[in-house]
Write a protein of this length. Structure first.
Length: 340
């Protein structure tokens, strides 16, 4: 039986990877800080849980000491995080580090967390320029991508079979935040309208189940590489909104806003100043085949969000700080009332 260890296996990506592998006969162990956060679905499937503080080198060493056919690191945010794993990679058949499209920069050095946003004239390949690696606060807009680059380079410089996977706007059951909540809560709150400032914006989505399918492929083909991972389609904001409402059996009236509208109105979690699309050629050449497109993979997330909201206040389902500008209904109503 093949064995897999997933650092951060209770989050949206680790959860999907664990389920895919265990259902294909793997023995899977996930490590995370809080046992209470271990999804029942994983336990019922036979996935084992180990309490892990990712920044504690002793705990990381203990979890990796027995080795495994596959290691998936969903919690490598900094160079220091990667360094804690390096001494134990010799006992790993194939390693995967989860990264992000946030590392990419355009010709002007702008990245997705820049104030004015980047401009990529074509789908982004893995050899596109990236941010300068820095050891600053990885939770800051400038620090997130630069620290991810540092972690990537630390892993790849080991010379061992490590695959770096760069994903974009990840969605799936268990996501925090689950961007689909921007639409789901609106329906649950009995709103009949959605304001959209950039309905045609494209910001590539990545289903966790599609990332899991790619991880399974690289597990069987160890090597040192960087791969983009995203859905086979790249839906626009309007297409995403309509996909979610269709799943709910509900239609929202779509009000398209001019750029001159009050700041904050009509913003969505998928906005982009210009298209951000990942090139998936390298993953396909390796033998990867996606589970499905955005519409077919987002459905379970929508169902999960509705179930999470059942019997609860909708304000308690998802992180309020991420969605603080999503549900300003009073401002929306003032705008709509003032329209000719």
């Amino acid at each position: 039986m093949s064995t897999a260890i997933i650092l951060g296996g209770t989050g949206v990506i680790g959860r999907a990877i664990a389920l895919r592998l265990v259902r294909r006969g793997w023995e899977v162990e996930v490590g995370a800080r809080d046992p209470a956060g271990m999804p029942t679905e994983l336990l019922d499937a036979g996935v084992s849980f180990t309490s892990l503080e990712r920044h504690d080198g002793t705990q990381v060493a203990a979890m990796l000491s027995t080795g495994a056919d596959l290691l998936v690191d969903c919690l490598a945010f900094t160079r220091a995080d990667a360094r804690l794993v390096l001494p134990h990679l010799a006992g790993i058949g194939s390693a995967v580090m989860l990264s992000s499209k946030a590392v990419y920069v355009d010709a002007e050095g702008r990245h997705v967390n820049s104030t004015d946003g980047p401009h990529f004239p074509a789908p982004i390949r893995e050899d596109n320029p990236v941010m300068t690696p820095l050891d600053i606060d990885y939770r800051s807009p400038e620090g997130y991508g630069s620290n991810k680059v540092a972690a990537e380079q630390t892993y790849l410089d080991s010379g061992l079979p490590v695959t770096v996977i760069r994903a974009s706007k990840v969605h799936g059951v268990g996501a925090l935040p689950a961007r689909e909540w921007h639409v789901v809560r609106r329906v649950l709150d009995a709103r009949d309208v959605v304001l959209l400032r950039r309905p045609d914006a494209v910001n590539h989505t990545s289903a966790a189940v599609n990332i899991a399918a790619l991880v399974e492929v690289v597990a069987g083909r160890p090597g040192q590489r960087i791969l983009n991972s995203a859905d086979p389609d790249a839906p626009s904001v309007l297409e995403i909104v309509r996909t979610v409402t269709a799943r709910l059996g509900h239609a929202l009236r779509e009000e398209l806003l001019p750029d001159t509208a009050e700041e904050g109105l009509g913003r969505t979690p998928w906005d982009a100043a210009s298209p951000v699309v990942l090139d998936l050629t390298a993953a396909a050449a390796l033998g990867y085949r996606p589970v499905g497109d955005y519409a077919s993979t987002a459905g379970p997330t929508v169902d999960w969000l509705v179930a999470e909201a059942y019997g609860r206040s909708t304000t308690a389902v998802q992180p309020t700080d991420f969605f603080e500008n999503s549900f300003g209904y009073a401002a929306e109503d003032r705008f709509l009332a003032a329209r000719p």
